[in-house]
Design a protein around this ligand. Sequence first.
Ligand code: ZN
Length: 671
Amino acid sequence: MNKLLLLSVMGTFAVAQGADAAKPEKPWIVDRFDDIKVIRYEVPGFEKLPLREKELIYYLSEAAKCGRDILFDQNFKYNLVVRRTLEQIYTSADKRDRKSQDFAALEKYLKKVWFANGIHHHYSNDKFRPEFGEEWFREQLSKYVSECEIPVDMLCAIIFDPELYPTRLNQTDGVDVILTSANNYYEGVDQQQVEQFYSEMAERYKDDKEPISYGLNSKLTIDDEGNVVERVWHIGGMYSPAIEKIVYWLEKAATVAEPVQRQTIEALIKYYRTGDLKDFDAYNILWVKDLDSNVDFVNGFIEDYGDPLGRKASWEANVNFRDEEACRRTRIISANAQWFEDHSPVDPAYKKKEVKGVSAKVITVAMLGGDCYPATPIGINLPNADWIRKEYGSKSVTIDNITYAYAKAAQGNGFNEEFVLRKADRERMAKYGKLADNLHTDLHECLGHGSGQLAPGTKGNELRTYSSTLEEARADLFGLYYLGDEKLVELGLIPSLDVAWAQYSQYIMNGMMTQLSRVEPGKNVEESHMRNRKLIAEWCYEKGRKDNVIEWVECNGKRYIIVNDFKRLRELFGELLREVQRIKSEGDYEAGRALVETYAVKVDADLHAEVLRRYKALNIEPYGGFVNPEYRLVYDASGKRLIDVVVSYPADYVGQMLGYGRDYSLLPSLN
Ligand code: ZN
């Protein structure tokens, strides 16, 4: 539950121009369609790495690409059928057919499917509406697809019928969230059966001091005798062909890794073989303890955002190495972790007496895979298991080359001019926005998620569907609260509190207003990071109302939100942090539910329409994602000895997606 998505609506902040202002740059945005822009990112410093580390990155990168089909299948049972059928039409259609409007619409739809790893939007979870005709599509099918893997009528219903599988993830209060979510984590079971299955399991292992994350790596379904059973994802189980190939590349990686890292990789391989979550925990412990390896990676079933009950994890991968210069910031924060914990506004009973192993680093990403591709978090804090975090700490990273690419892609897009009323706020954001964003991410990841402790008897799963939102709120509030602390000036992290005020204006504006540009008309806020931001902003607005801390202003028929009292706003962040920590520590489901349902969900339709209108006029796509770099092994003249690994930056989204579909198509269409 710990990935951080981009805070702002795609880079409201300028990047300092500095030395690279002079040379003309290759465009950063490589493709645009619908509400998406695709950006390329660079991997500065790769060339300078020792050959052994380059080779390690190469193998880990291959492993990162091999789980792509798993994610498609997890997101929805028929995603692979749809993707492959569309790709077949797309690549084999003749010149005449390619000229039609329907074909252009099919291309757009396919680009969206690639981006979302399925037929549901990666962020809103709603099923895409195709803009090509069904009759035309059936004609193309008969022309270019010799054998469809499911009946044509069924395929057409999946694509064209808006009533069928309308959402991938339903979190609506009071309905059966399992039966109404189209993801492929459960089949043939309802919410009550799922909850019973896992509460019985938790009961069986209730004395385990090192509880595994029950259900993390399996699909829950019904066997032939009608029993509720798990189909576990491992070699020999579900998704075996893709996992075998992941393991193949991990084995290669192990041969060039240093001893400590080799052990870690071997532990991961063992877990992929057994599917035993005890092995997963053993791997996580090795992984979290390895703070020295320059190259690092994430590879596995990690985050549970895609499951309405927050149990099943989607497959994701990421390969990275340390960005030494930028690490200074997070080293200072980590070194002072105990001070931050001791001085936080939460109830002393719910503070950690001893903050352990808060490691933090800034990394350069070399490859994104699975649920980190093409849309990726900009910070990661793992592992997720509470007991491991408590005993061994967690590793926390912010990804600098990705935020850099976002900011480059957003330069001069007119966003701040449209939504920020006061010149002083705009100037503060332009001057300090990037630093403020980075620091907030650091505080959120290095300290926020790792802070606090549960009351005796609280298990940590009491908040159920509200847990992700409240956990993100807790981490965000920790970051917001301390961003405005003089301690940061004292530590030399910020020149003045203006950095915090830049973030405060931006955060409130985003939470109450501009993030609505990502929500479809008529919809409520669903995604947990968005809910978290709305919760914080709306709560502070209401509690600060009598002092006019935050204010709506109307000017030339447009609405703006401004912060009048930054210091008081900081106190409000502190009060809410105290309450959210209490809710988590006590597992107070009712209070958590009331907070989220009151402040984080419902959208004002008028305001929403206005934001969409103003945003649309700017022609900015609200979502961004990335094309990966490519790596090539270079051998000497004998062809036997590896002499280098070369990186290149393709600027072709379609080419990369078709290439991945060709080279990493490792699962059957139905699993
Ligand atoms: Zn987070």
